[in-house]
Design a protein around this ligand. Structure first.
Ligand code: ATP
Length: 361
């Protein structure tokens, strides 16, 4: 895959002197042509700033930004093959759906026939043909969002930047629009750079995700990598529910480490690259709740006492207290005849082979 966006050593500082604030530090990214790429992180981590730098609304303070091989760091937004969909995608209220979609093309001075053909194609793409003549006030919120997308796609940018475009929609519409966006991206082949703070949205939609914190990219990888092989504690914690266990290292070998679990049993654990703890050192091990299963008391790798359990329909989240007082969450698949476990009862916890992963703190 060729690189559509190549970012090297990019930084952004707002303000000067004592008031200077470093919003982005040492950003290095290569986003492939036709990729659905997501910037994910908590509020204030710099996602929007990075998107605005790519769009050309903010100039970087340092570093290089290439789009389709062209250095664009010093170029304005109109000189870039990029378009943006914002969270507040305000459509022009006095214009019809079709006029809204064609507006950008009209501004570019495109011939009438070309505008009409593109608008028709975009209406089909976002499945809004029957509503072409309606005003924005006569269509639903999800339909308005589709029109905003069509409007941004109409000039055929190489790259579409999307800043939390679904956050104003209710949950059901949001889910619908997630698959709609994915389909649109696949059909147009346009590179999407999508900003969200919602980890589930990022995991379900993206080809790759960059997890950001405090102006830096902590990890960049496929949803599978980010979820199953988080680079550090922040990423593991931010993506999905996670159990962190503080455990001493019992032994080290070429493959990894053996750790002593609460209760005394030993278990193998994978070490991150470059980390070599000593025997007896306390490390943080991470296990996803769905990687552990229930066993009879004494028959698993650890025992836990049930504190609470919460029913989620397909599964129940069981919160347990381990022998040394550490907490542990386990997700049990439900069937109609399975009752909730009694608080105070003891359950065994079995860890699948090789599921423990030690993290760099
Ligand atoms: P959110 O999800 O809340 O939108 P974000 O990750 O998109 O957050 P940014 O909007 O990129 O975060 O902001 C990153 C940091 O840069 C914040 O601390 C913000 O206050 C700061 N910042 C953003 N724009 C400016 C500006 N024009 N001047 C000074 N500081 C700014």
């Amino acid at each position: 895959m060729s690189a559509e966006i190549e970012i090297t050593g990019l930084g952004k500082v707002f303000g000067q002197g004592a008031a200077a604030f470093r919003a982005l530090s040492d950003i290095n990214l290569s986003i492939g042509t036709g990729e659905f790429f997501t910037l994910l992180g908590p509020s204030g981590c710099g996602k929007t700033t990075l998107l605005r730098v790519i769009a050309g609304f903010e100039a970087p303070s340092m570093g290089s930004l290439k789009i389709n091989g062209d250095e664009v760091a010093a170029k304005g937004p109109n000189a870039r093959p990029v378009n943006t969909v914002f969270q507040n995608y305000a459509l022009f209220p006095h214009m019809s759906v079709a006029q809204n979609i064609g507006f950008g093309l009209k501004m570019l001075g495109k011939p009438r026939a070309e505008i009409d053909a593109t608008v028709a194609e975009m209406l089909r793409l976002v499945r809004m043909e029957p509503m072409a003549e309606r005003k924005p006030s006569e269509i639903s919120g999800g339909q308005q969002q589709r029109v905003a997308l069509a409007r941004a796609l109409a000039p055929r940018p190489r790259v579409l930047l999307l800043d939390e475009p679904l956050s104003a929609l209710d949950l059901k519409l949001r889910k619908e629009m997630q698959s709609e966006l994915k389909r649109l991206q696949g059909e147009t082949g346009i590179t999407f750079v999508f900003v969200t703070h919602d980890q589930e949205e990022a995991l379900t939609m993206s080809d790759r995700i960059a997890v950001m914190s405090a102006g830096r990219i902590l990890q960049c990888g496929t949803p599978h990598d980010i979820y199953h092989a988080p680079s550090d504690r922040f990423v593991a914690d931010f993506i999905g529910d996670t159990n962190f266990l503080t455990v001493p290292v019992a032994a080290l070998d070429a493959q990894g480490a053996t750790v002593t679990l609460p209760g005394g049993a030993q278990a193998p654990a994978r070490l991150p690259e470059g980390m070599r703890p000593v025997t007896g050192e306390e490390v943080t091990a991470v296990i996803r709740p769905e990687q552990a299963t229930l066993a009879e008391p004494g028959a698993g790798d650890m025992d836990g006492v049930v504190e609470t359990s919460t029913f989620f329909g397909t599964d129940t989240h069981i919160h347990l207290k381990l022998a040394d007082g550490q907490g542990f969450v386990l997700r049990r698949q439900n069937t109609a005849d399975l009752a909730a476990p009694d608080p105070g009862s003891t359950l065994g916890i079995a860890l699948g082979a090789g599921t423990l992963r030690i993290l760099k703190d």
